[in-house]
Design a protein around this ligand. Sequence first.
Ligand SMILES: Nc1ncnc2c1ncn2[C@@H]1O[C@H](COP(=O)(O)OP(=O)(O)O)[C@@H](O)[C@H]1O
Ligand SMILES: [Mg+2]
Length: 321
Amino acid sequence: MRADRRDHGAPALAVSGLTKHFGERIAFEDVTFEIAYGEVFGFLGPNGAGKTTTVRTLGTLIAPSSGTAAVAGIPLAPDNGVKIRRRIAIMPESPGLYDRLSVAENLRCFANLYEVSAPGERIERALRSVRLTDRAHDLCGTLSKGLRQRVALARALLSEPQILFLDEPTSGLDPVARREVHELIATLGRGGVTIFLTTHRLEEAERLCDRVAILNTRLRTIGQPAQLRDRLFAKALTIRTRAALCDPDRVFSDLPAVERWSGDSDGSYLVSISDTEAAAPAITRALVAAGADVLSISESYHSLEDVYLELIDEDTEALRR
Ligand SMILES: Nc1ncnc2c1ncn2[C@@H]1O[C@H](COP(=O)(O)OP(=O)(O)O)[C@@H](O)[C@H]1O
Ligand SMILES: [Mg+2]
């Protein structure tokens, strides 16, 4: 499991009560979390949730209104901007490349700007890690959106950052280009780069991230995708039998692991349980003892999407109240 790779020393990011207002408008509020070095962390939320503003704040591009943070071990403070920026890189939502320069020329420009040492070597390495070596001399203006995104990723890698912020790295990409960018991010993650990835795409967070935070101005929840599912939803088993049980209440109600059950006359049942390990074998035995022909018993699966919609719905309801 990738999460096991996490270093349990000082965190890569430590954020506490961080808030950013623009005048009356709250971009994000009272956000608290920690990320370990080596983690791929997903920052998931709908449009306008405050994701980009969080990245810009942690990236020292704008100052927070209140709260504290340490980025790569350095306290977020006006005097520490340069020090922090040397340790991080941000890939913004739109790549901002010079269309009339080639891929290599673009990277050379930014290598000069970031004052990286041995720029030639770094550029080569960055191009290799996004698999663009053979496109080094193509003009950026002629590249597809997916390739431009890879150039932007190469640019972010030039400074060999300890923390890489990727802001919606696949927005506007077609499924093939998106998959390519996913694979690159996964490879970087396996290589040990700490990645802070914002996205409004659930499957992206679920696929790439060790842990996920759901933001909707405030942080709604944080954890591994599987933990979030467990925390928000009761466990349940779906059972199918060849024919309806004669007395299902007697079969299910006597079992301590069963909390509730409901069923259809065609022999399918949904049984809420406290613990699969205890409930599934006990239910199977009870069904067999009652003479049922069991066709299947399976755990109901909640996707991260269920978790997300549940939380965002709660917010919408709270607003209506
Ligand atoms: N420079 C700004 N001035 C005023 N409001 C802003 C500014 N930047 C962002 N906002 C507001 O802050 C909120 C969060 O925006 P943003 O961080 O871009 O969300 P996300 O990236 O999650 O879509 C939005 O309501 C947005 O309009
Ligand atoms: Mg954004």
